[in-house]
Design a protein around this ligand. Structure first.
Ligand code: FES
Length: 150
């Protein structure tokens, strides 16, 4: 026998189940898509606007030595030549962006990743780096070594 109440109940149950399925699908899509989109679209990194930094103390930099310091959110290298001159460069290797270091035994700048060599002016001596290191301006004020972009 026909019962109108039963049909209405079935329709309501069906509508509710459709809605529940749709909501579940939307939540599942969100939990999968959100991390994928966050990975594909990296967050904006604020550009650090420091144009100069005190990179070290002259009294602490012996001739034929070097040190890595942070400049504008990137590594930079400060070195004192065997003759006593102070120079600074970006420490980001122009090959594949490894951090270079000063080698007192070789008396020049070296990149350990692929054996890249730079002279004390940041020019490529040998190895795969395609360009010189970016030079920075060095100013000495008292005992402070101030490095700035040229
Ligand atoms: S990253 Fe420096 S030589 Fe390759």
């Amino acid at each position: 026998m026909y019962s109108g109440t039963e049909d209405v109940g079935r329709i309501r149950r069906r509508t509710f189940l459709d809605w529940l399925f749709g909501a579940g699908l939307a939540i599942l899509s969100g939990t999968v898509l959100y991390p994928v989109l966050r990975y594909l679209i990296p967050p904006r990194v604020k550009e650090v606007t420091h144009t100069s930094v005190v990179a070290g103390k002259l009294s602490e930099m012996l001739p034929n030595s070097g040190k890595i310091f942070a400049f504008g959110g990137r590594p930079a290298i400060l070195l004192r030549t065997p003759e006593g001159e102070v120079r600074a460069f970006s420490a980001v290797c122009t090959h594949l962006a490894c951090t270079v270091q000063y080698r007192p035994d070789l008396r020049h700048i070296w990149c350990a990743c692929h054996d890249g060599h730079y002279d004390l002016h940041g020019q490529v001596l040998s190895g795969p780096p395609p360009r010189p290191l970016e030079p920075y301006v060095v100013t000495i004020k008292g005992d402070d070594i101030i490095v700035s972009r040229g």
